[in-house]
Write a protein that binds this ligand. Sequence first.
Ligand SMILES: Cc1cc2nc3c(=O)[nH]c(=O)nc-3n(C[C@H](O)[C@H](O)[C@H](O)COP(=O)(O)OP(=O)(O)OC[C@H]3O[C@@H](n4cnc5c(N)ncnc54)[C@H](O)[C@@H]3O)c2cc1C
Length: 448
Amino acid sequence: MMNYDIAVIGGGIAGYCAAIRSQQAGKKTVLISQGQSALHFSSGSIDVLGRLSTGERVEDPFAAILQLQNYPFGSSALPGQADLQQHPYAKVGRSAVEQSLLWFKEMLAAEIQFSHQPDYANHWRITPFGTLKATWLSQPYVYQHRSQANFREIVIVALAGYRDFQPQILKDNLARVADFAGIPIRIATIRLPSVAHDQRHPCERRSLDIAHSLQQASVWSSFCEQLTRMTCADDLVILPAVVGHGDGMTTLAQLQQATQRHFHEVPTMPPSLMGIRLEAALHRIFIQAGGIHLKGDQVLSGHFAGESLAEVYTRNLTDIPVRARHYIMATGSYFSQGLQASRQAIKEPVFGLDVAQMTPRTQWGTHDFIADQPHPFMTFGVSTDAHLHPSYRGQRIDNLYCCGAMLAGYDPVFEGSGGGVAIATAYHAVTQCMSDTLCPADRQEVIS
Ligand SMILES: Cc1cc2nc3c(=O)[nH]c(=O)nc-3n(C[C@H](O)[C@H](O)[C@H](O)COP(=O)(O)OP(=O)(O)OC[C@H]3O[C@@H](n4cnc5c(N)ncnc54)[C@H](O)[C@@H]3O)c2cc1C
């Protein structure tokens, strides 16, 4: 068996944040993670709260936490289960949400220098579709828009033969944004010298392939030379995220140094380098803090003993249990199989935890896919108490905490709150574990 203070299940942003905070607090921590997280699809910016469920836009996300409404779940299938789930931010509380985001920024500072607006308001980032999206914390080469822009030109960088970024769509939509009215927008197409991989797979060039080809000196100098020639210092240069893989911000800083341009880095179609960069940084921080990562392993089941989770079993360790005083679960939503939907019901597949959801199925979605209100199914998830303890058949499990996208009571897409909820709930879960004075310092790892 393997014994830990805290076992974290799931290696997305929530799982990594929980594991890092736990390890940095001196708890012997294991992180068990199965595969790619939503970060591989993400912009790499952290959305805290962009709008309320009413559709009302949010300027100060922390102040707006006080206005969050509970989502209804109709009649409950289980005795004792609430018909209403509080929003995760309401459970964490405004000041801890803010504290968690500042902790996150500080924790990553040596790897990625995230920043926010000085007055703590949301800023707008230009998306790959040329729309504006509210977010709170952005990576260093993301232009944080607030009001009327003042650039000579906006230049959208295209890469010849690269299909995962559509500059014309970005240009057409951006031209409709009032804040950019009067600023010429043009596309500058860069042609990179072809490398062996491109010749073999001309239609398969992804962001990571381009990032690797830019590591060759001749490709790099051609890229920098064309970029400098095609743009000016007082332009906003919109650059698809294809620069710097595996080295944090180093290559982007070199690009800025070489060209002296004002960049706005936009995520591309997956693989999204900006999210992958964040995941890689979180991984390094956890390992450097001394954490143990069972990467590529999957928790399959566990045993409950009364009100506690006693042990969990993984695919790779087969009959060797992983035991911990506390377990933090961050297995994500439908996207990562943390929740599974059948035609009849939504379930949490590892332990069968109670899920807040509506019946009948006809109430799961609204009529329009892109609607002006949240889709109910997006607010379904594991129901927890204010300490983030889930329940199993109505019985609260007091050493298990759930966080991130698996939680009920919010719609990360409609609200624009995915990254913020993941960080805040992970932080809150570790705070709960640390306030348990019974946590034994069983530092002996035993494999039998
Ligand atoms: C396409 C897309 C783009 C997004 N873009 C943004 C954005 O730009 N900014 C933002 O703030 N939010 C964004 N969000 C929302 C945000 O990314 C998510 O809410 C957040 O990343 C969820 O993190 P998580 O750690 O809870 O879950 P996930 O990222 O889904 O991670 C869960 C992890 O758990 C693992 N796992 C699942 N089951 C098991 C198991 N049994 N054993 C071990 N491991 C398991 C999964 O493999 C996965 O690695 C986006 C979401 C999506 C889907």
